[in-house]
Design a protein around this ligand. Structure first.
Ligand code: DQA
Length: 148
C-alpha cells in the first residue's frame, strides 16, 4: 500500500515561516517524521512539494497511473481558492485527507473556507506536524485492511 503526502505552495518554507503558526520544523524534518510513521505502520509513503499549481494538478493526475492508495494533502493557500486543485482531487477515486499545520478556523476569515474540503474524507487542522501524522494514520485506517 502506498500513500502520497502532498505539500502545496510555500510549504517548503516551514521552519522559517511564522513559527508561532507553523513551528520550527523544516519540511525535510516533517517528511522524515512522516516516513518514520509510515515504516512503523508498514506502508510506503512518498512526500512531494511544489509551489506551482499546474505541477500539483499534474502530480494529482499521476495518482491514477502510479497506483497510490490514498492522498494526504496540505494545499497551503490553494486550499482557500484553487478550484483547479479541487477539480483534480475530485477525479480521484482513492481517499483524500486534508491537513493543515495551523488551526485554520482560528485564524483570518479567508482561511476558514476550504474549496477542497468537500472532496476530502476529512480535515485535520491545528496540530502542527501531528496533523500530518494523524492524516497518515487516517489514510492507513481507510486502506490498510485491503490486500496490498
Ligand atoms: C496552511 C494554512 C493555510 O491557510 C496557509 O495558507 C498555509 C499553510 C497550514 O498548514 O496551516 O500555507 O495550510
Amino acid at each position: 500500500k502506498k500513500i502520497w503526502v502532498l505539500h502545496g505552495v510555500n510549504l517548503n518554507m516551514f521552519g522559517r515561516r511564522d513559527p508561532a503558526q507553523y513551528g520550527i520544523l523544516t519540511l525535510a524534518e516533517i517528511d522524515a517524521r512522516v516516513s518514520d510513521l509510515a515504516s512503523e505502520l508498514g506502508c510506503a509513503v512518498e512526500c512531494y512539494q511544489t509551489n506551482h499549481e499546474g505541477e500539483m494538478v499534474e502530480k494529482i493526475h499521476r495518482a491514477h497511473t502510479e497506483n497510490t492508495d490514498a492522498v494526504v494533502i496540505n494545499a497551503g493557500a490553494w486550499t482557500h481558492y484553487s478550484y483547479a486543485i479541487a477539480d483534480a482531487l475530485a477525479i480521484l477515486t482513492v481517499p483524500v485527507i486534508e491537513v493543515h499545520m495551523s488551526h485554520v478556523h482560528a485564524r483570518e476569515k479567508f482561511r476558514h473556507h476550504s474549496v477542497i474540503a468537500p472532496l476530502a474524507r476529512g480535515q485535520i487542522t491545528g496540530f502542527g506536524v501531528n496533523s500530518y501524522l494523524l492524516g497518515l494514520r487516517a489514510a492507513w485506517d481507510l486502506i490498510g485492511d485491503a490486500e496490498s
